[in-house]
Design a protein around this ligand. Structure first.
Ligand SMILES: Nc1ncnc2c1ncn2[C@@H]1O[C@H](COP(=O)(O)OP(=O)(O)OP(=O)(O)O)[C@@H](O)[C@H]1O
Length: 291
């Protein structure tokens, strides 16, 4: 659709976005030109910068879309100021996992995702909050948050690094005792799924729907170490529901109480909380996204 698009590019996303920046910029400009569109491209300099860039620039023009060029963390930061507005988010998936893009069926290849951006239509999806922090794909506590924390310290990003970190963490991680909606629960992890996957087609909640006004809450109960391979297989083949160690609920709201302030993740971004209470809420139909 002709018009102006604002691109927010995170050179730290994925394994090669930083190395390929000038190639990516040229591709964006070339394909924008083909569709009679103007592309303004800004670069993030640090964590949180995408949100600041969007807040500063959103009102300057009637943007057709504000486009996150990166992974789920970049989408999160880009979309935060756009929740409840008419301005759609676009996604050029250059991250390590690209969970939201994969759930939405946005092509992962650069050129195809750009063509989709300029030819696609906006839909309105749900977003959610964890202690008032917006998230769009998944958030959670437990093993995923712990891995997210370890992954954020790695020099090399990408799938191989993620698998390596997860594998090492798996042998030392201990399930936590907590209260989920007042009920004592022993959990390896609890995921709040707005979209169905963490990224890389790891489908934690294969039936999650971005437009149903609900979150899928997936509790993985403690399981014997030998069961890990089966669980990984179920995760990547959309068969988690079949496992006797997994419990699903669908809800608009949930509360978790922990014994000590936990590490959580929102869209893969790790965060050490300074409270022992987590409140998760859905915001139905609150973000426009071009698909
Ligand atoms: N210039 C920068 N230098 C360092 N970190 C940055 C910079 N710009 C953004 N970031 C941070 O980089 C992190 C990773 O971004 P992002 O989540 O998009 O990529 P990813 O983790 O590779 O992909 P995915 O989340 O899909 O697995 C985010 O925490 C983001 O805030």
């Amino acid at each position: 659709m002709p018009g102006s698009y604002l691109f927010i590019l995170n050179p730290n996303s994925g394994t090669s976005t930083g190395k390929r920046t000038s190639y990516i910029v040229d591709k964006i400009q070339a394909i924008a030109g083909k569709y009679d569109c103007e592309a303004v491209i800004l670069f993030t300099k640090e964590r949180g910068h995408a949100t600041a860039l969007v807040s500063e620039n959103a009102g300057l023009r009637d943007w057709k879309a504000i486009v996150a060029v990166g992974g789920d963390g970049t989408i999160n930061e880009t979309a935060q100021p756009l929740v409840g507005t008419d301005t759609p988010v676009g996604i050029i998936p250059l991250g390590s996992g690209n969970g939201l893009a994969r759930h939405l069926g946005i092509p992962i290849a650069l050129e195809k995702s750009l063509i989709r951006l300029f030819t696609g239509d906006p839909i309105t999806i749900d977003s959610a909050t964890l202690n008032d922090i917006p998230f769009f794909c998944t958030a959670g506590i437990g093993f995923d948050a712990y891995v997210g924390h370890l992954f954020s310290k790695q020099k090399v990003r990408g799938l191989a690094s993620y698998v390596n970190v997860s594998f090492r963490a798996y042998w030392t991680y201990k399930p936590q005792v907590l209260k989920l909606n007042g009920l004592n629960t022993n959990a390896f992890s609890i995921s709040f799924a707005n979209a169905g996957q963490f990224g890389n087609n790891a489908w934690v909640a294969p039936e999650a729907n971005l437009q149903d006004g609900k979150l899928d809450i997936c509790t993985i109960k403690p399981f014997p170490k030998w069961y890990g391979t089966s669980l990984a297989y179920q995760l990547f083949t959309k068969q988690m529901k079949a496992s006797r160690f997994i419990d699903y609920q669908s809800a608009e709201y949930a509360v978790i109480d922990t014994e000590t302030p936990p590490m959580i993740h929102y869209d893969g971004e790790p965060l050490q909380l300074n409270t022992t209470r987590i409140e998760v809420k859905i915001k139905p139909q609150s973000l426009r996204v071009i698909v």
